[in-house]
Design a protein around this ligand. Sequence first.
Ligand code: ADP
Ligand code: MG
Length: 688
Amino acid sequence: MTILILEWSNPLNKSCAIHFSCVSQLFIFCSVMLHLSQDVEALRGELCRKDEECREQERRLAALEQQVQERTGVIVQLQQQLEEAAQRRQELQLLRDGEETLSRQAALPLQVKYVTKTVEVESAQSKQALIEAQAHNQALQEQLSVQRQLLRELEQQLHESQRSSSQLRQQILVYEGEMERAQGQLEAEMQSLEEEKNRVIEEAFIRAESEMKAVHENLAGVRMNLLTLQPALRTLTCDYNCLKRQVQDFPYMLEKAITEAKQEICQVIGEVSSANQELLRKYKREMNLRKKCHNELVRLKGNIRVLCRVRPVCAGETDAADTKNKVTFDPDDDAVLYLSNKGKLMTFELDKVFPTQATQEEVFQEVQSLVTSCIDGFNVCIFAYGQTGSGKTYTMEGVPEDPGINQRALRLLFSEVSEKKPDWDYKITVSMVEIYNETLRNLLGDNPSEKLDIKMCPDGSGQLYVPGLTEFTVESVEDINKVFDLGHMNRATACTNLNEHSSRSHALLIVTVAGFNSSTGHRTSGKLNLVDLAGSERITKSGAEGSRLREAQCINKSLSALGDVINALRSKHSHVPFRNSRLTYLLQDSLSGDSKTLMMVQVSPLESNVSESVCSLKFAQRVRSVEIGPSSSSRRQAESSSTSSSPTHDGVEVQRHKHTHPQRLGLFRRKNQSNLRDVGYSLLSNMK
Ligand code: ADP
Ligand code: MG
């Protein structure tokens, strides 16, 4: 602890000494002293100013005295002149007196004779003397008048001098008075300043004393604290020493800990990397398993799945009142559909039936496993089949506020591939083509009316490709919408009546999903073909001619070819007639091998459409039944391809629906060959 001792002497010659026990108290004292010294400084400044004023007054006084001395000199001169003038006056007086004496002597008569004699004796001399005296007198008189004049002037000057002298004296008196007053004031001010200074110093001293007292008190408190703090300080010192030792040891400990940590980290990294390897291995195994399971699932479901969707009655449809009972559903089995045709109730069994109220989302949920399988490298075809107005385009494209399979499939692909990042990198490309009258058109190209060809890849892989087909890479919903808009626009520009044209042509959205796994080096490539087929309705023989007939023939040909291909594939025929139509030729690689096909048969609920609905459903049923059993299936299919008005026939076992009612299964026994002639049903004859 430092004790500071401050000593000084104040103007009262008091010697002071203050002991400061702590620096803060010293600071307080210093600030007080500083304040005081500032006051003293101000007072000193004031004093100097007053001294200066005093000196100024003295200077003025000296100047005035100088003036007075000068004036006094002038007065002395004037007095000398005055004395001279008085002397001359005296002389003049003497002359006058002489003259008077002369004139008096001249006036005496008795004396004249005597005088005359005398005068005669003396006359020449007297005359001369007289003349001289007169001349002298004249000169003296002139001199006298000059002297008088001079005297008057001198008197005047004297008066003026006396006046100015008295004025100066008065002024001197005034100045002296002022000086005295100023001096008095100055002295009084100096006195008061001195008093003020002494007072301030006194006060400061008192304040300092009281502060010192407080400081002393504080010091006592601090001392007390110090006494109590000393043990704490000792422990702290002890702790500090201990810590110091630890700090000295710390680098060694740290080094040791770092080395250990490094070893541990290396070990953990090794473990993690081996765990990663294991996980990767498991992941690959799981992926393969998943693929297998998926394949198995699809195989169990059948590589061709046939679904049916019945569209609702739209507002304004004329026979809406009659539609209620035409198409009905089985509340216990979502794979069965009843159709009332000419008083007979026909039963159709498919993989799944979507009732009128089924939403786009529900429909999509049923097809989404197929969509995702193309990420794993499978080729998939989804067809919408049915007569015009049955809802094919609604199911595939949908409406902007409720999109169909096309857009939902792409959205799903986006989300699935983004989940697989960063291991897998996928590229999704889309093309849109139209097949009209067996002609292929590029809907995303610059020239949509240009005809495209399908060619075999020159690399000998047996793969087909379409030279000049435009492909767009899509990464977002916005991209999809742009592509769809372009496709629609091109489709509309290539025809006069879009509605009619679209019902007479097949529209294909071809999505290619190419994946690359950077960690394994695996590559996959899957193709998803989403096909909105041309209307399957039969053309009445009488009404079909010219271009309409050609259109009908082309549609008939392609739909029949589709049926033939499916049949050949399912029956494992050595020859599959892909080349019979552009549609099957184009989709060759997506229909063969382990590809998956889904046929969405669209049905209209209207009574006026019942016969077309029957045709569509028969087609659906037969396509579906192709896959049931390998060699013996064809017989069973032929047997089951029948319609009945009565649900009372004996059952023929159908593999997928072992659990279903024998009565229902028996419905397919009776044949109705009349429809085989219809468009798209040549399949039936192929299967027989
Ligand atoms: P297609 O393409 O088979 O000729 P569309 O898809 O054009 O038939 O459908 C015909 C009409 O029926 C359209 O007005 C469509 O909006 C409507 N439609 C079809 N299916 C549905 C459905 N599931 N829900 C509501 N409206 C539907
Ligand atoms: Mg359509």
